[in-house]
Design a protein around this ligand. Sequence first.
Ligand SMILES: Nc1ncnc2c1ncn2[C@@H]1O[C@H](COP(=O)(O)OS(=O)(=O)O)[C@@H](OP(=O)(O)O)[C@H]1O
Length: 623
Amino acid sequence: MPNCAWWTAVLASIIVATIYATLYATESRQSLRFGLHFDNGDEENWDPRNSPVVSIVPQFLLNHSVYTTSDFRNKQGIAPPFWGCKNESCNASGVWGPCFWPHKKIRWVGEVERIGRTNRPQYQNGPIDPTLTDDLSGLCRPGFLIIGAGKCGTSSLYHYLTDHPRVLPAKEKQIHYFKYYMQYPMQWYLRHFPTASSFLAAGALMSGEASPGYLPYPDVAYRIKKHMPGPRIVAVGRNPLERAYSSYMYNYVAPVMKMMRKGRVPNISRGLTDKEYEDHLFSFEEMARAELFVLRDCLSSDGTGVRKAKDRYSSLNWAAAEYRRREKGGLPPLIDLESFCYGDWVDKVVPRKQWKDLIENNPDKVIYRKNVHLTQSFIGRSLYVLPLEWWYALYSEKEIIFICTEAMSDFSGTPMNKLAEFLGLPPHNFSTIVSKGAYNVGGHRGYDKEISWDEIKDELNVTERPKYEATLSEDFLREVKAFIEPYNERLFKLIGHRCECSSSSAILGRGFVGGGDEPIANESSICTATPTAPPDHPNILESQNIPSDVTPPTAVFFTTISSPSSGKRECSSIDQRKSENKNCSNNLGTKMIFRVETYFPSGWRSTRRKHTGLENLIDCCDA
Ligand SMILES: Nc1ncnc2c1ncn2[C@@H]1O[C@H](COP(=O)(O)OS(=O)(=O)O)[C@@H](OP(=O)(O)O)[C@H]1O
């Protein structure tokens, strides 16, 4: 017969278990309550000032040495700003920093012991339960988003940052969720970041991603503000003409050369020499001139860029205030260059008006019809200030920062540490990673491919390709400089500092000179003059054949059993995706087979394989 003490012990355990279960249930609910999920309400008129903030309780993690106070040795306070907490939820134990409390009963300290200390991140995989798409438990939010500009060193910046011992990488450098994949639940996006357990095991303070496709679009700025509270926004910009030329090489020359070599361009046979293929390319100057013509018109004070942006945005709550502020302050109007300056399609085969004459006058030359959003805007995407004015309207100076590409390659690592401080990270010795080299240099090597500065130099020595600056005529150079200059000045005002563009010209051996040798930055105000002698590193002009742009998703509510093996590329918009659906699936042979998992109350039961129409949404722009 159990004695009294025994009954007391049983009773006590029941009470403790009940309290624990109640607490756990509350915590689980809290994690969902503060979960980030879409409300499909009045998207356009949502007011960012009321955005939800996920709560934090770093104290117990400090108590248990997951973190030490030195991890928080930054000027922002005890935790990185994106951990920020705003309301009573700050006191909820278990709702922690950037992460959502896992559903399963978990003792954090025990979990840390179980996993051990490791910096190797893990990610949630497998199909998403369609009935639980709002469930963010066990997932973590990004602490920084590098938004572009493309071809400005976003890959290097991402890798330099993730070298910080308290920063964990995402599954891939660029996810482009807020531009191309918002039809998927937030859970899909957050699965690209390390799990809460990984954060603990690493004592990580943040993860983040770099999607250059975010910057150009005001809608994306707004969506991120609305749906993803907290992350710091990092923009990076480079000497505009260098960016433009880099994009020309990467998004036009490299893919077109590849297509020609493979015999995929009608009327151009295989087996020609590179020189012969190059004769079928439009020069950078030809394309940039044609674009400049269109931009001048579009960006004039009564041009379509100004008018259409006003029509579209000025009545929206989130943009109206900025319109009023700018009008009052006599500031130039906001412009949505990407949406309204390249809008005219000549026909389905010849994509852009700006190329009409070029194509008619040069029937032997090739226009690349894919990735039109990139090849149409070599110059436009280098006018960083135009999209940034939208971002700066939505984000305060504590939330957004602009880095000059040229400063990134400072071997001392000082500029990187300034960025770390802005993000709320403790100082780190970045000089090792920066002086190792750069990523995604000189063409299609891949975002994660690092090239040492010495290799860059050597490669140049054996590459006898003409320097692109030599291909630019004096008059075009003057013209394009004069066009870009005011936008640069506007940018420097907006960001509160200037960029020293010539140093990267020197590091990578690039400068825009009308047939001469001297970097243009020394002779013009496209960027400020260089204050110090730059290191001795030349550039790379060679392109490789690794597909660019985003890797599409492989599993959402389904498991991909087979997927297209062809290269992927971004669609410029969901509309484009829709309009290209047929071509993609029919002409390009894009097919995916899915395993569809169905969840019943008793668990996962049936599995069936099926072709679905979803492949069109995902991969319709496959090359
Ligand atoms: N540290 C540093 N300093 C100066 N320049 C650098 C640095 N790291 C990368 N780069 C140059 O940036 C170009 C690649 O940019 P991204 O990685 O943003 O390209 S992408 O949009 O993601 O495809 C690519 O430019 P190009 O080589 O001219 O094509 C890189 O060489």
